[in-house]
Design a binder for this molecule. Sequence first.
Ligand code: AMP
Length: 508
Amino acid sequence: MANALYDALFAPQASNENNFLTTPDADGEQALSYAGFMQLAAQYAGALTQLGVKPGDRVAVQVHKSVNALAVYAGCVQAGAVFLPLNTAYTAREVAYFVGDAEPAVLLCDAQAEAALQSVVANTGCSLQTLNADGSGSVSELARTQATQYATVSRSADDIAAILYTSGTTGRSKGAMLTHDNLLSNALTLVSYWKFTNDDTLLHALPIYHTHGLFVACNTVLLAGASMIYLPAFKTDTVLQQLPQATVMMGVPTFYTRLLDDPGLNRDTVQHMRLFVSGSAPLLAETHEAFEQRTGHRILERYGMTETNMNTSNPYDGDRRAGTVGFPLPGIEAKVCDPDTGDELAPGEIGMLQVRGPNVFSGYWRMPEKTAEELKADGFFITGDLATVDQDGYIQIVGRDKDLIISGGFNIYPKEIELLLDEQADVLESAVVGAPHPDFGEGVVALLVAKPGNSIDVESIRQVVSDALAKFKQPKVYRIVEELPRNTMGKVQKKLLRETVQTTFTTK
Ligand code: AMP
């Protein structure tokens, strides 16, 4: 009897006494061996089974990052259940949508949220259980009474191991169904492409309800038998303290800008590091260069998404090019296509990025029509990202298709304008969005954040832009803002920005 993911990631570690993770905290360092973690996972598998979870049932988990939360993931895989992590920021009203949509057998929450979620699960048949960051809670109490061995439930490579809801920047959030093979194939690829071994120590400061912190980080570590410094969240001080003990860090771009803001980041702090990875949002070329100057490390930028795991990566050994996401990973195809005809475009042209490979999800939970719109019969998934490929094959993401601005009938890619604005001396970063315009349909609005201590002279920027870009692309309005709104994964929330500038051209 086989269980593809458990057999590859977890079972080989069952009697491994090496360190799996350390959790530094105020009381000193707690360490857990691989064998200890696997026993904990088996206890959670037992607890979930006792709560009535059967193979294929969803287990929704909205809890703070902890070792126990990770053991629930492993326990779900072992029990053949479908792990369904939820962003801790979701309100009870939002969780109600996920519970209604996914119909989980169990919902795990922090004790603080329990009262608010009682009404969400009422009359649904879903059992509400608590799991707190400190390891207390009803499910962990139940787990403690369970055996430390569990008979692994058989699952095939095509069975669903997890459902992750997309960030849902527009419309309803969709549940991406990820199979055992989707997760395993990507873990195998990343371990080999990024040269992970059991000598590695990953500094883990990402949330574990998202594909980046959960699958890219944890599955890779597990498969390689490496270890982790497992932090509850990203705090610059703690990360700088822990970096000298690590060999790899995976981060979102804001990790890197925050580290650069601290003079404590230097060559000594990173002396044992072999790899810094960035993804989930575009890394500014300026950040890439500043990081190299300060540390001697060229950040490796990669590109992926909830539905596909990781698709492309800059090379480990070759030239890591700032502003690009590198090449398709081995076994994965990527092509840039005309959004209307689907025909593949020539290098240098901008179009819709499509990807195909064993990493690509099997569809959206209970949304066959949405699935058919985005996952084509030939296996290519329409990512929704606009991209271009250069002559050397490096892929550059230029924006989401819904970020596209159409002004006076012309297509405008915000990224092109943002890159120019970001180059200006006083500008730290920028975002360009469209706002309804009575004549042009949409008008271009630029939001600028000044470098600390600098002030932005809008007139001189207007001049630079008018020298460099066609008139229709030039922002009609510039706004200086303190910062750009970002979600926890570091993505600039363009939807929010569009709402803020909504009436720019329509009110006097
Ligand atoms: P998520 O499903 O939350 O992981 O978001 C996936 C989206 O994040 C992708 O479709 C891209 O729009 C964006 N993304 C991820 N990695 C990168 C990257 N390296 N550069 C630019 N955008 C990225």
